[in-house]
Design a protein around this ligand. Structure first.
Ligand SMILES: Nc1ncnc2c1ncn2[C@@H]1O[C@H](COP(=O)(O)OP(=O)(O)OP(=O)(O)O)[C@@H](O)[C@H]1O
Length: 346
């Protein structure tokens, strides 16, 4: 197991603009870190730098206590799992899993024994003699994991490994990856643009935007105390509501502040409740199993709220939205930054 430290990493591709603008991250040995952010923010570039597939222009990469800037990929004790799995189509599952071992000169009998042990862990035993073309997406994904596991690497880098799978399989594989992490104890750096995946998998989440690290913290820290409006809006579904309540008259908040309320901090009432409540017109109500997701229009703009479905025998057209201001996030409207200690009771 080895930790990874990135210090002030900068990277531009030849002839292009800088895509990472000084990223620093301290990943502990055995930690599961998910790097999340919108398309093009530099996630894959960061992973490729750790793997040694790209070189940084500035900064330092330390892996397992060793400066790794100049280490070749094969000397970094890292296994990378790509989105497309990069399996060899003409090889069987057994050969694919054992491939890296053959390159290292391990005798055939030992290779096969290792491949079979890994296949057992991943419940791939029945498929050892099949080729990737005869496997489902989830099975291929497991073979790719198996190849990385067979190498006994101390660190796994995963670039959107679940994005080719259908939703049910993605959720199932998520659990498998989490269990594998627990069993192997390896350090995992996992890239995704899917915030649900980040929240459910990570020990800590690194939120990247436009080549800048905005926040690095546990899922609960990121969800409960987002550093700015981008992080607040990016993680959580339905997304946080941003309410310019300072536009209301009388206004419950000082000017220049934007209030963020997650849907669960808003209670839907048929009649006007006590406390701060906004009258709202329901534009759309979505059935979500036990809940209704209500998309509403208010004097403070669009608001999404969640209501237990049993509380409404019909799809409501007009409601009151009770705002639990003790759960409000307060942001500076100009910079978007979170204002600490500014939660308010109304
Ligand atoms: N080989 C390359 N040459 C030049 N520019 C590149 C190269 N690879 C990536 N880029 C650029 O670097 C930026 C970051 O790309 P990167 O692939 O790291 O982002 P990402 O967050 O992983 O995106 P996605 O989620 O879409 O995969 C983008 O603007 C991209 O166009």
């Amino acid at each position: 197991m080895s930790g990874i430290t990135l210090h002030d990493i900068r990277k531009a591709y030849p002839g292009g603009p800088e895509v990472l603008h000084g990223v620093s991250l301290d990943i502990r040995a055995g930690e599961f870190v998910v790097v999340v952010g919108p398309s093009g923010c530099g996630k894959s570039t960061l992973l490729r730098l750790i793997a040694g597939l790209e070189r940084c222009d500035r900064g330092e990469i330390v892996i397992g206590g060793r400066r790794a800037n100049d280490l070749a990929p094969q000397n970094r004790d890292i296994a990378m799992i790509f989105q497309n799995y990069a399996l060899y189509p003409h090889m069987t599952v057994r050969q694919n899993i054992a491939f890296g071992l053959e390159l290292r000169g391990m005798p055939k009998a030992e290779r096969n024994a290792r491949a079979e042990a890994v296949a057992r862990t991943l419940q791939l035993e029945a498929y050892l003699d099949r080729k990737p073309g005869a496997l489902s997406g989830g099975q291929r994904q497991r073979v790719a994991m198996g190849r990385a596991m067979a190498r006994n690497a101390s660190t796994f880098l995963m670039d959107e490994p679940l994005s080719n799978l259908d939703n049910a399989l993605r959720v199932a594989m998520r659990t498998e990856i989490k269990e594998l992490h627990r069993a192997l104890g390896a350090t995992i750096v996992y890239v995704t643009h899917d915030q649900t995946e980040a929240l459910s998998l990570a020990d800590r989440i690194a939120v990247l935007k436009d080549g800048h690290l905005l926040q690095f913290g546990t899922p609960a820290e990121i969800y409960d105390t987002p550093a700015d409006m981008f992080v607040a809006g990016f993680l959580g579904t339905p997304a946080m509501n941003f309410l310019p309540l300072d536009r209301l008259s009388p206004s419950p908040v000082p000017p220049g502040r934007t209030i963020g309320l997650r849907p669960e901090a808003i209670r839907v009432h048929a009649d006007e409740p006590s406390g701060l409540a906004l009258p709202a017109k329901v534009l759309l109500s979505e059935m979500n199993g036990a809940e209704l997701i209500l998309h509403c229009e208010t004097d403070a703009g669009r608001v999404t709220a969640i209501a237990p479905r049993h509380e409404f025998s019909f799809h409501p057209a007009r409601v009151w939205l009770g705002c639990d201001m003790s759960r409000a996030h307060v942001f500076d409207s100009r910079t978007g930054l979170r204002l600490e200690h500014a939660a308010m009771e109304v």
